[in-house]
Ligand binder design. Structure first.
Ligand code: 4NP
Length: 167
C-alpha cells in the first residue's frame, strides 16, 4: 500500500501526517510506504516547519529527514491512497485527476473518523497554538487508516498510543 499525505505547503500538516503514519507502519510492521506533498510549490526541498518538527519530537517522532515536495500528476498513478488535509487541497488534487480510478484514491483525511462530515485539518501556519491540535487530529485519523486498510482491519491501534505518552 502506498499512501500520500497532501496539504498546501508540505511543511506543517502533511509532514506530521507522514511522520505519524510512518510511526504506526513501523509499530505494526506493515508493508506500506508513506510520503507527503503540497499542492503549492513554495517549500520544495525545505525541512518541515520547526513547529511541526518540535510537535512530532514531543511525541517521539522524528520528521527531520523529510523535504518539501510538490504534488504532481504521476502521484495519482503511483499512490493507492491520497489523503487531503482540507477541502481546498482536496479540490486541487481532484483537478489533476483525469480518470475515475484516480479520483477514487482521493479522500479528505478527517472523513476517516467522521465519514461525510468533510471536516478540515486547520492550517496551523499562522497559529503557533494549532500544532498540537493538528497532531491529535492526525493521530486519530491515522489510526483509522490503519484499522480500515491494514491487514484486513484486524489491527487494534489502541496499544500504539502507549508510545505517544512516553515522551
Ligand atoms: P501546510 O501549511 O499546508 O500545513 O504546510 C502551510 C505552510 C506554508 C504556507 C501555507 C500553508 N505558505 O503559504 O507558505
Amino acid at each position: 500500500m502506498k499512501v500520500l499525505m497532501v496539504c498546501l505547503g508540505n511543511i506543517c500538516r502533511s509532514p506530521l501526517a507522514e511522520g505519524i503514519l510512518q510511526h504506526k507502519i513501523n509499530t505494526f510492521n506493515l508493508d506500506w510506504e508513506v510520503q507527503s506533498a503540497g499542492t503549492g510549490n513554495w517549500h520544495i526541498g525545505e525541512l518541515p516547519d520547526s513547529r511541526s518538527i518540535l510537535t512530532a519530537q514531543k511525541h517521539g517522532i522524528d520528521i527531520t529527514h523529510q523535504r518539501g515536495a510538490q504534488l504532481k500528476y504521476s502521484d495519482l498513478e503511483e499512490y493507492d491512497l491520497i489523503f487531503a488535509m482540507d477541502s481546498s487541497n482536496y479540490q486541487n488534487i481532484l483537478r489533476l485527476a483525469v480518470r475515475d480510478e484516480q479520483r477514487k484514491k482521493v479522500h479528505l483525511i478527517m472523513n476517516m473518523i467522521e465519514p461525510k462530515e468533510n471536516r478540515s485539518v486547520p492550517d496551523p501556519y499562522w497559529n503557533d497554538d494549532g500544532f498540537e491540535l493538528v497532531y491529535e487530529m492526525l493521530d486519530k485519523a491515522c489510526n483509522a487508516i490503519i484499522q480500515k486498510y491494514g491487514d484486513d482491519g484486524i489491527i487494534n491501534t489502541s496499544s500504539s498510543n502507549q508510545s505517544d505518552s512516553s515522551h
